[in-house]
Design a protein around this ligand. Structure first.
Ligand code: RFL
Ligand code: PHB
Length: 394
């Protein structure tokens, strides 16, 4: 394989083999644009990371367009709505009726697995466990250097796609003076547990209780994903399985708590509640996509969907550039993607503020009033449904 050579050339060097990098690679490949992915971790490590689970229908459509939808079509669950509970009171948000579309429940692990299988079967060039990846001359003739098997290697390319997540090197390679960043974090995290137990309900339950937020989600009819809000200072060691199930049960309305089936945790992790945006999403010939450019708290289930939308936009802009020598798509990429990102940042923040007790009575009353508005106003419920399924910006 060409990658055995110490120095190679490609059209687009993609840093990061998460959902954004993989989808971009596949879409470019289908349009004849040559690319190489550099991934810091092993394939097994990336495929094993338990993260998102709810896809907007346009994300599912993009996966079909990338010819990566066969297993999803067979295995995914279609949800027409979700439940929002405030203490004992629950509201079913009928997304299908209110917004005209359904949601697709399919894990990020599965999407990553499908895309790796596809890329590698089609001869895609993916360098796993590439170390010390560094970008050079990104405003002129980009080069990417890295180390593999102890040897220093180099890729020269037309463009670099920075798809290496929030802690990656791509955004950090842009001079600070060329970027503006926005950030807001909460002192809470979500403790997530995956368990091989039937989900407590056919649909998701977002539950705001006085003890803290809880979410009941799923990956399949026999695999559940549950979360409870916890202080960011907590560590996994603070949460035995028994403590987790006990706390979750106490945060759910009685009807759900009585149906909850517990079991050993297959995975347990804590994710922070953080909003972050960097502007612009481009510097010279480097384009950022996904978590490398923006982070949202998981409450609105938007992170993965945003990453996929960026990959779709960037692929289209690059393909038009190569096919028609037209760089207008690349010129507009940052502005267009940021519009969608800010819509998701706003919605995710709003949904977090609606469902997480903040520890003061004024916030409690505001949250109750907001919940009542959603129950009484069709317009308010419609706005929630449209945002949840990714139409907030349309
Ligand atoms: P990823 O998935 O972080 O992938 C980036 C990839 O880049 C690699 N990398 C490097 N490779 C080469 N050189 C370097 N120097 C590199 N540095 C990093 C990493 O190993 C990795 O493989 O970003 P991408 O592709 O933009 O995808 C974004 C999504 O993963 C993310 O938005 C969501 O998972 C966010 N998120 C959630 N979103 C939801 O919609 N619902 C959720 O329930 C949900 N849970 C989560 C999450 C994110 C989490 N993180 C980031 C801690 C739970 C967690 C724990
Ligand atoms: C998940 O299934 O992991 C999930 C679902 C909905 C969210 C966040 C996470 O809002």
């Amino acid at each position: 394989m060409a990658l055995k050579q110490l120095s190679v050339r490609t059209q687009v060097a993609i840093i990061g083999g998460g959902p954004a990098g993989l989808l971009l690679s596949q879409l470019l490949h289908l349009s004849g644009v040559d690319n190489i992915i550099l991934e810091r971790r092993s394939r097994a490590h990336v495929e094993g990371r338990i993260r998102a689970g709810v896809l907007e229908s346009r994300t599912a459509e993009l996966l079909y367009r990338a010819q990566a939808g066969a297993r999803m079509q067979h295995d995914a669950l279609l949800h027409d709505g979700f439940n929002l509970c405030f203490g004992r009171d629950c509201l079913r948000v009928d997304v299908k009726t209110l917004a005209g579309t359904s949601l697709v429940v399919y894990g990020q692990t599965e999407i990553t697995r499908d895309l790796y299988e596809l890329r590698l079967a089609e001869g895609g060039q993916i360098v796993f466990e590439s170390e010390d990846v560094a970008l050079h001359d990104i405003t002129d003739k980009p080069r990417v250097t890295y180390r593999l098997d102890g040897a220093q290697r180099e890729i020269s390319c037309d463009f670099v796609a920075g798809c290496d997540g929030f802690h990656g090197i791509s955004r950090a390679s842009i001079p600070a003076a060329a970027l503006k960043t926005y950030e807001r974090s909460l002192p809470y995290g979500w403790l997530g547990v995956l368990s091989e137990t039937p989900p407590v309900d056919d649909e998701l339950i977002y539950s705001r209780s006085a003890r803290g937020f809880a979410l009941c989600s799923m990956r399949s009819r026999s695999l559940s994903r549950y979360y409870v809000q916890c202080p960011l200072s907590d560590s996994i060691a603070d949460w035995t399985d028994a403590r987790f199930w006990d706390e979750l049960r106490q945060r759910l309305p009685d009807s759900a708590a009585s149906r909850l089936i517990s079991g050993p945790s297959l995975e347990k992790s804590i994710a922070p509640l953080r909003s972050f945006v960097c502007e612009p999403m481009r510097f010279g010939r480097l384009f950022l996509a996904g978590d490398a450019a923006h982070i949202v708290p998981p409450t609105g289930a938007k992170g993965l969907n945003l990453a996929a939308a960026d990959a779709g936009e960037l692929a289209e802009a690059l393909v038009v550039y190569y096919r028609e020598h037209d760089d207008s798509g690349l010129e507009n990429y940052s502005t267009r993607s940021l519009r969608g990102a800010w819509a998701a940042v706003r919605f995710s923040w709003w949904m977090t503020m609606l469902t997480h007790p903040m520890g003061d009575e004024f916030s409690d009353q505001l949250q109750r009033a907001e919940f009542e508005m959603l129950r009484r106003s069709l317009a308010a419920a419609e706005l929630l449904a449209r945002n949840y399924c990714g139409m907030g910006n349309l």
